[in-house]
Ligand binder design. Sequence first.
Ligand SMILES: [Zn+2]
Length: 236
Amino acid sequence: MTADPGTSRFELIVGVHDLAEEPDARGEELNSWMPFSAVEPLLATLLQYCRQSGTRLRVTSDDAFRSDIELLAPWLVRHGVAGAFFVPTRYLGQPGRMSGDDLRALVALGMDIGVHGARHIDWTAVSEQEFLDDVHEGRGALESILGKSVDVVAPPFGRFNARILDRLLAMGFRELHICRPGHALVSVALKPRNMLKTGNVPAVLAVGSRQATWRDAARCRLRPLSTRLRSLAGAS
Ligand SMILES: [Zn+2]
């Protein structure tokens, strides 16, 4: 049975990185690399789960790998799945990465482009000014490439705290994508993402195969608060 995803309060957001068969990723980035030949059947399974449960599926990809435009975007278009691409702007044009033209092509295909900083630095580990400069440079570069405002953001490495969330919301971002498992509430800005990488596959399939529940909704709503409490306690 297929349900109508337009009526669901929930969406399933999946996160990927480099999907090239021969990785463009280097060093630590290789921990997030999965070849598209392994990812494609998983996405097909997740799409089937979402169609059965009436949950919207979104796929996001971080770090501007060229597999975004060469492999992932064609799959998304073919299957009518929404995509968002989080781009550290100083990576553009580097070997194995996309160009500004590629970003414009993604937007022409109906995809979202989001802020992921300029330098891909850990915003929780730098000064307030470095964090703000990195966001402003990344957002400004994307907006000048695309000629439109950019209002979705994903903190690099998924690292954030209450101060960073407050700042990003104050800057007018309407969606903040983080790297934590679970379903996302369509109406809430903080978006848990299920990161698809080697070792995480059974967990992502498990989330995708179950119905979203009030527990997911409560987690989306309470997460900013619990982050704030952990931050106040010095634990984040
Ligand atoms: Zn990243």
